[in-house]
Design a protein around this ligand. Sequence first.
Ligand SMILES: *[C@@H]1O[C@H](CO)[C@@H](O)[C@H](O)[C@H]1NC(C)=O
Ligand SMILES: *[C@@H]1O[C@H](CO)[C@@H](O)[C@H](O)[C@H]1NC(C)=O
Ligand SMILES: *[C@@H]1O[C@H](CO)[C@@H](O)[C@H](O)[C@H]1NC(C)=O
Ligand SMILES: *[C@@H]1O[C@H](CO)[C@@H](O)[C@H](O)[C@H]1NC(C)=O
Ligand SMILES: *[C@@H]1O[C@H](CO)[C@@H](O)[C@H](O)[C@H]1NC(C)=O
Ligand SMILES: *[C@@H]1O[C@H](CO)[C@@H](O)[C@H](O)[C@H]1NC(C)=O
Ligand SMILES: *[C@@H]1O[C@H](CO)[C@@H](O)[C@H](O)[C@H]1NC(C)=O
Ligand SMILES: *[C@@H]1O[C@H](CO)[C@@H](O)[C@H](O)[C@H]1NC(C)=O
Ligand SMILES: *[C@@H]1O[C@H](CO)[C@@H](O)[C@H](O)[C@H]1NC(C)=O
Ligand SMILES: *[C@@H]1O[C@H](CO)[C@@H](O)[C@H](O)[C@H]1NC(C)=O
Ligand SMILES: *[C@@H]1O[C@H](CO)[C@@H](O)[C@H](O)[C@H]1NC(C)=O
Ligand SMILES: *[C@@H]1O[C@H](CO)[C@@H](O)[C@H](O)[C@H]1NC(C)=O
Length: 407
Amino acid sequence: MQRSGGFWLAILLIAGLSLAKAVEIKILGKDNNTCIQAVLSVNFTVRYEGNGTMENATFQLPNSLSSNGSTCGGNNSAPLLKMGFGTGHSLSLNFSHSAGKFSGDVLTFTYNTSDTKLFPGATNKSVKYVAVNSLMESVPLNTIYTCRSVKAIASEAVVMVFWNVGIQAFVENGTVSKNKSFCKADMSTTVAPITTQTTSTVTPIPTKPPPELPAVGNYTVKNGSDSCLLANMGLQLNITYTDNKTQVINMNSNSTASGHCGDKDATLLLEDKDTTIQFSFMVEQSKFFLKEVKANISLVINGSTTALNSNNSNLRYWQAFVGSSYMCHKEQSLVVTDQLVINTFNVWVQPFEVKNGTFSRAEDCKANENYIVPIAVGAALGAIILIVLVIYIIGRRQNHSDGYEQF
Ligand SMILES: *[C@@H]1O[C@H](CO)[C@@H](O)[C@H](O)[C@H]1NC(C)=O
Ligand SMILES: *[C@@H]1O[C@H](CO)[C@@H](O)[C@H](O)[C@H]1NC(C)=O
Ligand SMILES: *[C@@H]1O[C@H](CO)[C@@H](O)[C@H](O)[C@H]1NC(C)=O
Ligand SMILES: *[C@@H]1O[C@H](CO)[C@@H](O)[C@H](O)[C@H]1NC(C)=O
Ligand SMILES: *[C@@H]1O[C@H](CO)[C@@H](O)[C@H](O)[C@H]1NC(C)=O
Ligand SMILES: *[C@@H]1O[C@H](CO)[C@@H](O)[C@H](O)[C@H]1NC(C)=O
Ligand SMILES: *[C@@H]1O[C@H](CO)[C@@H](O)[C@H](O)[C@H]1NC(C)=O
Ligand SMILES: *[C@@H]1O[C@H](CO)[C@@H](O)[C@H](O)[C@H]1NC(C)=O
Ligand SMILES: *[C@@H]1O[C@H](CO)[C@@H](O)[C@H](O)[C@H]1NC(C)=O
Ligand SMILES: *[C@@H]1O[C@H](CO)[C@@H](O)[C@H](O)[C@H]1NC(C)=O
Ligand SMILES: *[C@@H]1O[C@H](CO)[C@@H](O)[C@H](O)[C@H]1NC(C)=O
Ligand SMILES: *[C@@H]1O[C@H](CO)[C@@H](O)[C@H](O)[C@H]1NC(C)=O
């Protein structure tokens, strides 16, 4: 680092090799030696004036950046990393060092609201900037400041979210260090270190995702060449094993279906690699219903395989008249045992009298519900009327007897 006039700058941009949009940038100085190297991902959110409303522009630091304006620094100037992109936008950071340590100083984001791509409908077209403290802690010289954790820097109109950051300034002899200094946030959350700078990836946030909804399987039982039982449904098994821990498994919609069809009873057997479930239907007084569920599930718990058998033959779900089908779009929870609840989605079943391989008229679970409410309301009203009537009659009788006594 001698005279800045002798320096010339070049830039190397390596598009993030992986899916993560981590941008790598190198600022070269004298003899093509690297003096600043940085890898980073940034999301920007910028509030700007639209036509009568405030709008939000959101975009990421793109892969194609210009290094114009960057400098390796000299005796009287600090190194500056300037990443220009689009039409007049740039993110820049200058660095300082003292007592064997270096740190980022001021982070400046300059944006041009006349860029209609990023700021559609902006009414105040001008170049604006925000300058904030970079939040980059000081780390020893000849190490890479590394911060995989997500850090957000917010100022009035701009929010910048940084992650997968690796920066070394004041690189000596053009050799980027192999030693890393991790930011405090990384150390407190045991984030795996970046293995190599160009292949840094975003660590998924370790939250348990809600279970995916099961795919709807179309299952058919045949009697000879004719379909005699039809069942379209998505099945999700909620298994409670020891210590009230639960495991949720979606039934493979490609499970093989078999079974038998009778006049008064029918069964549907679904088999998959780890799961076998048998549904038994029965007819009673011209209505059919699901009477029994037998499940045989092999579960992997803490690395060891456990078999779970659940059986209940006293159920009464999915009731409809024989000759029609039962349909229920909303999610239902069939309680089989303490250990097994089957969540069902988009159920459409017909276990009896299937004609021409297609479903007959459907009885919808929603329609049944709608009947139940008026019936309940009607019954309650009837009861109230009856009670009022009884009280009235009793009252009249007492009045009469009182009357007789008085006279
Ligand atoms: C920087 O300082 C060194 C010694 O401190 C001196 O030799 C050199 O000429 C200075 N360079 C510039 C550009 O001022
Ligand atoms: C620096 O690299 C460029 C392109 O790679 C080359 O043209 C130039 O001669 C190099 N300069 C020095 C001083 O090595
Ligand atoms: C950055 O923005 C992208 C696209 O909008 C989004 O998928 C990603 O989750 C964001 N990352 C962070 C850390 O906010
Ligand atoms: C702004 O919005 C108003 C009403 O919403 C509309 O009449 C006007 O044309 C808009 N102006 C521009 C420049 O879009
Ligand atoms: C813009 O972002 C701010 C803060 O994230 C939010 O409160 C506001 O509702 C957003 N506005 C629009 C138009 O999306
Ligand atoms: C670098 O920026 C200056 C003004 O800041 C401009 O005149 C020049 O053309 C730019 N060079 C390149 C290669 O973009
Ligand atoms: C970094 O830049 C800011 C403003 O651009 C300036 O105030 C600050 O002194 C600079 N820091 C160093 C170490 O030069
Ligand atoms: C840079 O080179 C000098 C002299 O060759 C050497 O003393 C120093 O240890 C080198 N620094 C690094 C970080 O390799
Ligand atoms: C299952 O049946 C439904 C309705 O009967 C139909 O819309 C769907 O395409 C079928 N799915 C498959 C995979 O055959
Ligand atoms: C599974 O069962 C447990 C215990 O009854 C319950 O807390 C959990 O919400 C259920 N999960 C699903 C996806 O049904
Ligand atoms: C089901 O089978 C179809 C066709 O064989 C296949 O494309 C699909 O990936 C399978 N789905 C699952 C969940 O195995
Ligand atoms: C049975 O289905 C076929 C084609 O799906 C149709 O041509 C035929 O009319 C149907 N028969 C009855 C009795 O519904």
